[in-house]
Design a protein around this ligand. Structure first.
Ligand code: GDR
Length: 334
C-alpha cells in the first residue's frame, strides 16, 4: 500500500526537502498551498529539487479550518507534517497577531482537521529551539524549561503544547520535533545564514560592497535542513509519539559563521561587514545549543553535514544563481 503524506508549508525550505525525501521513500505527497491572485503558487524550491511535478498541491490556509478539513478528507493522509508558519522571528514583532493566528492557532486548526477527518493519521509539529529563549541550561534537551523571547516563540510554544495536549487528551499519534536552526541553499534570504551567503556572493561578483548585520555575537546551533527532515520522518515511523530535540550539539557565533563564508571566497570580512542597529531585535536569544541524545538513541538519527560544509555549499549555490542572473535584487527587511 502506498503511503500518503500531507505537508503544510510544502513550498518552504523544509517542505521541499521533506517532499523529496518522502517521494524517494515511495509516498504519495500532497501539499497545502496558499494561492495568491497576483503571483499564483511560489514553487521554486520544489522545482529546484526537481519534485514540483510529483507533489499534488491543494489550496488552503492555516487560518481557515474548513479548507484544512476538506483537504484532509480528500487526501486521507497516513501522515501529516505541519510545517507552515510565519517563521521569521524579526517579523513577529511587526505582525504579532498574524504570527499568533498562523503559527499558534493554525496548529490547533490542523489538529482539529485531523481529529475530524483522519483521526488515525500520524501528526508532526514543527516546534522550535526559539521556545527556549532565555536559556535555563547550557545545553537544551526535551526537559529544559521554556522561556520564549519573541511573539514567534510564544506562538510556537502554543503549537508545541497543543500537540502534546492532543496526544494526551485524545490518544492521537502526535509528535513534536524541537528543531534547532537548520539551513540550506533553499533558506529564505531574510534568515542570517542565507543573508550572509548571498551577500558574500554579491560582494565577490562586484554587485555589492558591504554586508549589514545586527547582533553578530548571537550563537546558534546550525545544521543542514536535509538532515533535519529525516528526523521528522523518523519520528512518525515510531510506534509511540513523542517529543525530540534535533540539533548538532555545536554552537557558533554569527561572526564565525560569517567568517566561513568570506574565507571561502578569499575576501576579508572586516573590510565588508557593517554592524547596523536596524537589525537588532527588541529581545534577543543570545545562545542556543541542543542536546539531541534522545533522537540519536531512539530514532538512530545523527546529522551528517557540519556547518563549514553547509555554508560553503550555500555560498557556491548563491554564486551560481547570481552568475545566471537570478536573485540580484536584495529583499527588503532582510
Ligand atoms: P532565528 O534565525 O531567529 O534563530 O530563527 P535567524 O537566522 O533569523 O537569526 C539568527 C541569529 O542571527 C542574528 N542576526 C541576524 N539575523 C537576521 N535574520 N538578519 C540579520 O541581519 C542578523 N544579524 C544578526 C539574529 O539576531 C539571531 O540571533 C530561525 C527561524 O528559522 C525560526 O523559524 C526557527 O524556529 C529557528 O531558527 C530555529
Amino acid at each position: 500500500m502506498t503511503k500518503r503524506a500531507l505537508i503544510t508549508g510544502v513550498t518552504g525550505q523544509d517542505g521541499a526537502y521533506l517532499a523529496q525525501l518522502l517521494l524517494g521513500e515511495g509516498y504519495e505527497v500532497h501539499g497545502v498551498v496558499r494561492r495568491s491572485s497576483h503571483s499564483g503558487v511560489d514553487d521554486h524550491r520544489l522545482r529546484w529539487l526537481g519534485v514540483a511535478d510529483s507533489v499534488r498541491l491543494h489550496d488552503g490556509d492555516m487560518g481557515d479550518l474548513s479548507s484544512l478539513v476538506r483537504i484532509v478528507q480528500e487526501t486521507k493522509p497516513d501522515e501529516i507534517y505541519n510545517l507552515a508558519a510565519q517563521s521569521f522571528v524579526a517579523s513577529s514583532w511587526r505582525q504579532p497577531i498574524l504570527t499568533a493566528n498562523i503559527t499558534a492557532v493554525g496548529v490547533a486548526n490542523m489538529l482539529e482537521a485531523m481529529r475530524i477527518a483522519a483521526p488515525q493519521a500520524r501528526f508532526y509539529q514543527a516546534s522550535s529551539s526559539e521556545m527556549y529563549g532565555l536559556i535555563q541550561q547550557p545545553m537544551q534537551n526535551e526537559k529544559t524549561p521554556f522561556y520564549p523571547r519573541s511573539p514567534y516563540a510564544v506562538a510556537k510554544l502554543y503549537g508545541h503544547w497543543i500537540t502534546v495536549n492532543y496526544r494526551e487528551s485524545f490518544g492521537m499519534h502526535a509528535s513534536s520535533g524541537i528543531l534547532f536552526n537548520h539551513e540550506s541553499p533553499l533558506r529564505g534570504e531574510e534568515f542570517v545564514t542565507r543573508k550572509v551567503t548571498t551577500g558574500v556572493a554579491r560582494i565577490k561578483l562586484g554587485l555589492a560592497r558591504e554586508l549589514r548585520l545586527g547582533n553578530i555575537d548571537a550563537k546558534r546551533d546550525w545544521g543542514h535542513a536535509r538532515d533535519y527532515v529525516r528526523a521528522m520522518w523518523l519520528m512518525l515511523q515510531q510506534e509511540k509519539p513523542d517529543d525530540y530535540v534535533v540539533a548538532t550539539g555545536v554552537t557558533t557565533t554569527v561572526r564565525d559563521m560569517c567568517r566561513i563564508a568570506f574565507d571561502h571566497v578569499g575576501l576579508d570580512m572586516e573590510t565588508h561587514l557593517v554592524i547596523d542597529p536596524a537589525f537588532y531585535r527588541p529581545a534577543e536569544v543570545e545562545v542556543l545549543l541542543g542536546d539531541s541524545t534522545k533522537a540519536r538513541a531512539k530514532l538512530g538519527w545523527s546529522p551528517k553535514i557540519a556547518l563549514g560544509e553547509l555554508i560553503r555549499e550555500m555560498v557556491e549555490a548563491d554564486l551560481a544563481r547570481l552568475k545566471r542572473g537570478e536573485g540580484r535584487s536584495i529583499p527588503s527587511g532582510a
